[in-house]
Design a protein around this ligand. Structure first.
Ligand SMILES: [Fe+2]
Length: 355
């Protein structure tokens, strides 16, 4: 079995060892496997992994339930490429990447002046917006548009960093501010996680949408195993641990355009010196290619770095039981699971002083 898995892994790696989708500034093309299957297995054993996994990060009943279901879905897949890509995403989310917050997501708001300036730039840039090109995790009849304003990307990254550092409780290194993408009518974004190497503590910064837009939720799974549907207002920030919390916009957008900026940071310190791709690969069990049919869990398809349930409404079964949260968020606070609200202390005050 191990030999067969090794051959399969080699074939998969020749095709695309690392996931090769371009989600939002997350290009993983042209990487080759840096080890043989035998070496990978030796690391699996040396690091003490076993499947089912001993520990998820975080270890909560709800997160374990939803990740267990995903592993069962992946084990039932028959397509080898889908299977390998599914293992990578789910191992990253559940096992090989630590969490930094209690629930993995939160709703906040950017400084008003930043939002005002960016909104003005978006409306001015609309007539000259270029096509972003095809993005393989975005489904829809037309490609997104794109407005290039690197000056505002850099400013947003600078001004939002204290918000994300306060939320995550760690110092961060700026990785990327990707935008401004304008989704177009009937677009949807498959559920996915981002690249662990650089997209760890992130935010989706909603800027504006056309007057004819219907509300369009960002969907995110939290660490209690809930699926949250967040309806953002202009200026809202959806803070999230983007390498761990599956997120997307599986419902179809109804409107002319909808624009956001994606801002990504990673932890300061040793983080950048570790290879987080191989770290996940070492945790994938030797029999990863085995097909274990399962009629209980909803059917899953893996599309590069993303996932969907082809037989459910809006291609994501857990929307049926999703919790809804509505913006606007509030500057200097974070609203998260169970309606919990906390201060970001951006003014330097402590909770005691604010009582
Ligand atoms: Fe993403």
């Amino acid at each position: 079995m191990c030999r067969l898995a090794g051959i399969l892994l080699l074939l998969v790696s020749l095709f695309s060892f690392f996931n090769n989708s371009f989600v939002h500034g997350d290009n993983r093309k042209h990487n080759k496997a840096p080890y043989t299957e035998e070496e990978r297995m030796a690391e699996y054993v040396r690091q003490g992994y076993q499947f089912p996994f001993d520990t998820y990060y975080p270890e909560t009943p709800g997160f374990r339930e939803i990740m267990d279901q995903r592993f069962a879905q992946i084990r039932s897949l028959t397509d080898t490429q889908m299977k390998w890509d599914g293992w990578i995403q789910t191992v990253n989310a559940a096992v090989s990447t630590p969490n930094f917050t209690e629930y993995g997501w939160g709703l906040s708001q950017a400084p008003d002046l930043l939002t005002l300036d960016i909104r003005q730039a978006i409306y001015e840039g609309l007539p000259r917006a270029r096509s972003e090109g095809g993005v393989d995790v975005i489904d829809g009849p037309v490609n997104p548009l794109f407005i290039d304003r690197p000056d505002l990307n850099a400013r947003a990254m600078r001004e939002l960093q204290p918000i994300l550092e306060s939320w995550a409780g760690i110092e961060l290194v700026p990785a990327q501010a990707y935008g401004f993408r304008l989704y177009r009518n009937e677009s949807s974004l498959w559920m996915h996680t981002d690249r662990t190497q650089t997209h760890v503590i992130s935010c989706i910064y909603h800027i504006a949408s056309s007057d004819d837009s219907e509300p369009w939720p960002i969907v995110i799974e939290d660490y209690e195993g809930n699926t949250q549907m967040a309806y953002l207002e202009p200026g809202d920030l959806l803070l999230y641990e983007s390498a761990k919390n599956f997120h997307g916009r599986p419902t179809k957008f109804d409107g002319s355009w909808y624009t956001s900026l994606f801002v990504h940071f990673y932890p300061k310190g040793d983080w950048q010196h570790e290879n987080h791709d191989t770290k996940a690969h070492y945790a994938i069990p030797p029999d990863w290619a085995k097909v274990i049919p399962n009629d209980v869990v909803p059917k899953l398809e893996v599309i590069g770095t993303s996932m969907m349930n082809p037989l459910c409404d809006d291609h994501w079964c857990n929307l049926k039981t999703a919790k809804k949260v509505f913006g606007p968020g509030q500057y200097n606070t974070v609203l998260t699971s169970n309606g919990q609200i906390s201060s970001l202390h951006l003014d330097g005050a402590t909770d005691d002083e604010e009582l």
